[in-house]
Write a protein that binds this ligand. Structure first.
Ligand SMILES: C[S@@+](CC[C@H](N)C(=O)[O-])C[C@H]1O[C@@H](n2cnc3c(N)ncnc32)[C@H](O)[C@@H]1O
Length: 387
């Protein structure tokens, strides 16, 4: 093993060491990204909630171990964990994973050197939690995850190829997720829905289906926590959550259309201009109230450095639970109408007075999730401007 200058980092209750590098990149001898600490903190909360809901000891697979920070933290900081399997294709990563297991005095944590898909194929049904945190897209590994995942297990998935999922690059999204995206003010939400839809369709061939427990889009990545269930009839029923979202670039109207082969409206019912379509994607819930409340409760039981930031995000995700797909961006609508933006809370109040659901969203500080139509929102913005 080459000699490296060693860096020591503390996250939560865990200390890890790895070769020092200048820039966070896949070219580092062992990958570690300090900007993903909140992602790891939230994973600890989510897996703890899942473990408590299962009420039994659970085994975890950290499929792309890197420095081992996830697997080591999961064993060290979550109660009720049996065995942890840390896998990475890199021998150097394996070396530091072993080192970090020892550094934290942990038993029952194994290190494996396999291609991720091979490892999942070899270990069918052995994991209660599979954490997929690769470079870029998780797409090539999801089929093996579908094969491997057992009934009532948790799949944690990170994607950092947000420019594909959000529709900046259309062809890569079609290629990787078999879904057509479009760029819009709510494209981070459609990105999460495309990823969830792709996982649901991939798992369905194994008669497995998903319930989305929590999802978020933060900085350069998206993260999903999915409970995997089994049964062919229930899988068929769950696929009713797959469909399309259509959008009008002229007036900002949007509409959803469940079903894989449903016929699409070609023109906007509000202004008559051409509609664009994204999908297939997941139209079902992407936040689960009980699960997120559980995560918020766990914050008090854990030592996490991102506490304030994590709580802020979790509370925003909580209010999104019962809101419909997509959101309105006040800034974009005001720009279209050549209006100045009224106070944000006044818009929420007006929507509420008119009997509409209206909540904030974690995707955008000027975003409103509402069951009101675009014309209702525009009327309110015009009225508030004339006051
Ligand atoms: C993004 S890093 C993992 C980061 C880590 N989970 C964390 O939280 O710090 C991706 C890791 O996947 C490993 N890797 C790349 N391709 C792989 C493959 N096909 N199978 C298994 N591991 C792979 C790399 O060596 C790298 O350590």
């Amino acid at each position: 093993m080459e000699e490296y200058k060693i860096k020591r980092v503390e996250e939560g209750l865990t200390t890890i060491e790895f070769p020092e590098f200048d820039k966070v990149s896949s070219a580092a001898p062992v990958f570690y990204n300090p900007h993903m600490e909140m992602n790891r903190d939230l994973s600890i909360l989510a897996i703890q909630v899942f473990q408590k809901q299962q009420n039994r000891e659970i085994n975890i697979c950290d499929l792309f171990g890197g420095s081992g920070i996830r697997g080591v933290r999961y064993k060290n900081e979550i109660d009720g964990i049996g065995e942890v399997f840390i896998n990475d294709i890199s021998e150097t990563a394996n070396h530091y994973e072993r080192h970090n297991i020892e550094l934290n005095n942990l038993d029952n944590v194994g290190v494996y050197q396999h291609d991720a898909s091979m490892f999942l194929r070899m270990k069918r049904g052995e994991f209660d939690v599979i954490d997929i945190d690769p470079f870029g897209t998780p797409s090539p590994f999801l089929d093996s995850a579908g094969y491997c995942a057992r009934r009532d297990s948790l799949l944690c998935v990170t994607a950092t190829d947000t420019s594909a999922l959000c529709g900046t690059y259309v062809e890569p999204c079609i290629r990787k997720y078999n879904s057509k995206p479009y760029k819009s003010e709510y494209c981070h939400e459609t990105g999460i829905r495309i990823l969830a839809g792709f996982v649901a369709l991939t798992l369905s061939k194994y008669a497995k289906f998903i319930e989305v427990k929590m999802s978020h889009s933060t900085e350069h990545y998206m993260r999903l926590y999915l409970e995997v269930k089994k049964g062919s009839r229930k899988t068929d029923a769950s696929l009713n959550n797959i469909g399309y979202i259509s959008h009008c670039r002229n007036c900002l109207h949007r509409q959803i259309r469940p079903g894989l082969a449903a016929s699409a409206d070609e023109v906007c019912p509000v202004c008559g201009q051409k509609l664009i379509h994204a999908g297939p994607l997941w139209l079902g819930n992407i936040q689960d109230k009980t699960f997120i409340e559980g995560m918020i409760e766990e914050v008090d039981n854990k030592k996490i450095n991102s506490e304030k930031e994590a709580l802020k995000l979790l509370n925003k995700c909580l209010v999104e639970c019962e809101a419909p797909p997509t959101f309105y961006d006040v800034h974009s609508i005001c720009k279209l109408l050549k209006l100045s933006a009224p106070k944000f809370d006044l818009i929420l109040e007006e929507l509420d007075k008119k009997g509409f659901k209206a909540v904030k969203t974690h995707y955008n500080p000027l975003g409103i999730k509402s069951d009101a139509g675009i014309e209702d929102i525009k009327d309110i913005l015009i009225d508030l401007n004339s006051e």
